[in-house]
Write a protein that binds this ligand. Structure first.
Ligand SMILES: Nc1nc2c(ncn2[C@@H]2O[C@H](COP(=O)(O)OP(=O)(O)OP(=O)(O)O)[C@@H](O)[C@H]2O)c(=O)[nH]1
Ligand SMILES: [Zn+2]
Length: 305
């Protein structure tokens, strides 16, 4: 079929509930709505829109995605972003981050085939840095090769830019983190216009509706690379993953799982389980195995509904 000449290509750069900001070649933007009730567009999606009036449009189609990072809890799925090159997981020296949530985000990234990078922020807080580094190392070293860890002090704009920009050039990176880790501070250090853009939007949607701006894509200064900011999260359900996906999210199990007595071993309490033996010996971290068991149990409980 010949392409419809009235459609225009663009990329979704922000989602606010049911409407989306689409950026077209040249940088102009339009506020767009998906056709019909189907939900599904995500920030980072490449779309075709049918322009309406001067500033609006209808999203007619979404191009096949390279990947999509999302979480799914009871009854509800939250798409973070599509077509991303890497995940920047922000943790901090304080408040203490949750290895459970970070572990889940890593499993989600692994199954979406997105390379993660951990940012340990507030590294200027000397008291507690060693301990935080130890906790981060435990997570990063579960993967082979270990997940790269970068230390930042988001309050120092210049140092932050120097530490992070080389890793962001030419890529689309997704910033993810629990509330309070300093994600907004990092974003503002990297993209000076970000603060203004956020404020502008909350004014555009009239006062008090800040919460509707959920996820947004920014161009890095110099135009080489993009950064997607998403709201902090408190839960990270993985209901969309199969038991096999979950197991693959714990790549440190693989070698030992090859020695399980049963080919379909779930590494819970089966006799002759290589993974359980490794946990016993200390070569697989008990916390990682416990996280694996929690995710499996949650997903099974969900299926019983
Ligand atoms: N010492 C220090 N404080 C920081 C650093 N980064 C952020 N902060 C402070 O930590 C607090 C939280 O920072 P935010 O940037 O608002 O954190 P956030 O992760 O965006 O949090 P939410 O907005 O709740 O999602 C603020 O008081 C910041 O000033 C840092 O590198 N060092
Ligand atoms: Zn096993």
């Amino acid at each position: 079929m010949a392409p419809d000449p009235s459609l225009v290509a663009g990329r979704i750069i922000a989602s606010h509930g049911r409407h989306y900001t689409v950026e077209m070649v040249g940088g102009a933007t339009r506020q767009c709505f998906p056709r019909g009730k189907k939900s599904g567009p995500a920030v980072g999606d490449l779309v075709l829109i049918r322009p309406q009036g001067d500033s609006e449009g209808v999203i007619e189609s979404i191009q096949a995605r390279r990947n999509l990072l999302y979480r799914s809890d009871d009854m509800r799925t939250k798409q973070f972003a599509a077509n991303v090159d890497q995940l920047l997981l922000v943790v901090a020296v304080e408040p203490a981050f949750s290895p459970d949530l970070v572990g889940r985000a890593l499993v989600a990234a692994h199954s979406a085939d997105i390379a993660p990078l951990i940012i340990l922020n507030k590294a200027d807080i000397a008291d507690g840095l060693d301990k935080a580094q130890g906790r981060v190392h435990a997570l990063s070293s579960a993967y082979q090769p270990p997940i790269p860890v970068l230390l930042t002090n988001a309050l120092d704009t210049q140092a932050t830019t120097q530490a992070l920009l080389p890793h962001l050039r030419g890529k689309c990176s997704l910033l993810l983190g629990q509330s309070g880790m300093g994600k907004s501070s990092l974003l503002n250090a990297l993209v000076p216009q970000a603060q203004a853009a956020t404020q502008e939007h909350s004014i555009a949607l009239d006062a008090g509706r800040h919460t509707t701006t959920s996820t947004r894509l920014y161009h890095l200064p110099g135009g080489d690379g993009t950064l997607i900011d998403s709201p902090g999260f408190q839960n990270f359900g993985l209901f969309h993953l199969s038991p096999g996906d979950i197991e693959r999210g714990f790549p440190e199990f693989a070698q030992r799982a090859a020695h399980c007595r049963f080919y379909n071993c779930t590494h819970r309490r089966e006799p002759g389980c290589g993974v359980l033996a490794a946990v016993q010996e200390g070569s697989i971290q008990p916390e990682r195995h416990e996280l694996y068991l929690r995710i499996l149990a949650e997903n099974e409980a969900q299926e019983r509904y």
